[in-house]
Design a protein around this ligand. Structure first.
Ligand SMILES: [Zn+2]
Length: 66
């Protein structure tokens, strides 16, 4: 059982591209708020706790390509 759990943990295949897709699900106003308030966005994978940081420029790109 322990081994199985470990394999699942190791199999987390999140990456920045996937985090970006999650951000694209937000509406323009939400992204705009993050740019205004923080100048960046932080996303943490709920499975492996990997943190992904998006800069203001990246957020603007995401917003524009929506
Ligand atoms: Zn992950």
């Amino acid at each position: 059982m322990k081994k199985e759990n470990k394999e699942i943990y190791n199999k987390c295949n999140c990456n920045k591209e996937k985090a970006k897709k999650a951000l694209k699900l937000l509406n323009e106003q939400e992204i705009e708020n993050m740019i205004q308030e923080d100048g960046k966005a932080e996303l943490v994978c709920q499975f492996c706790n990997q943190k992904y940081i998006f800069t203001k420029e990246e957020l603007q790109n995401i917003r524009e390509n929506n």
